[in-house]
Design a protein around this ligand. Sequence first.
Ligand code: HEC
Length: 223
Amino acid sequence: MFTKAVPVETEEDILMDHDYDGIKELDNALPPWWKYGFYITIGVAFIYLLNFHVFGIGLNPTEEYSAEMESARIKKEKYEASNKDRIDEKNVPMAAADGIQAGKILFEANCVACHLSDGGGSVGPNLTDDYWLHKGSLNDIYNTIKVGYPDKGMQSWSGQFTPKQISYLSSYIKTLRGTKPAAPKAQQGEFYVDEVVATDSASVIKPDSGKVAKPDTAAIIKK
Ligand code: HEC
């Protein structure tokens, strides 16, 4: 079963008739275990071909990757939907005093090199005025800190801080508005204040609506 080698006594029968410098060759049969192993690989290759290339039942590595990404996305969505404290750039809450204080500490530890401790700006823009490169609502500021503008020198901080911490930083930046920094950097970007619409009876306040109000619009009230 393992070998079909011819016994030494009868080797003469299978000796082939060539002779190279005294080296001769026996015409032995292939060992059956080896031969059938080889046939099996042919069978497997055939099944493989049908499975992956003809019927497309099996997933190739690229398809496997996207299937896994898709299932991770669904899991993540489920997780996030069930997490009520979740913060993203669409629903940033204005922090209370302790959150603002936490934001100030984070700001002083991470941001002052470019924005200065009073927010007046140096490498980065002035954060105390009403002019913003990337809009100035709480949601917008959150988004700027989260995604950053790395090609302009403002990195993304989402790797360093949790969403909650970024909301504290954003809230703290909001409180800088209208403060008088020692050496304010010249305004950059567009005029932006949170839209506050006054109607004739009661005033309707739409915080963070994301609209840019014109400086001369009536009834711009500091939020
Ligand atoms: C290495 C310098 C640097 C550091 C550190 C830095 N920033 Fe910035 N930041 C910038 C620059 C430069 C810009 C302007 C980006 C642009 O031109 O789009 C900017 C823009 C911003 C803006 C948007 C301002 C606008 O006008 O729209 C906010 C908000 C901001 N940074 C917050 C932060 C916070 C919070 C931190 C700390 C966690 C931080 N930055 C740390 C350089 C920095």
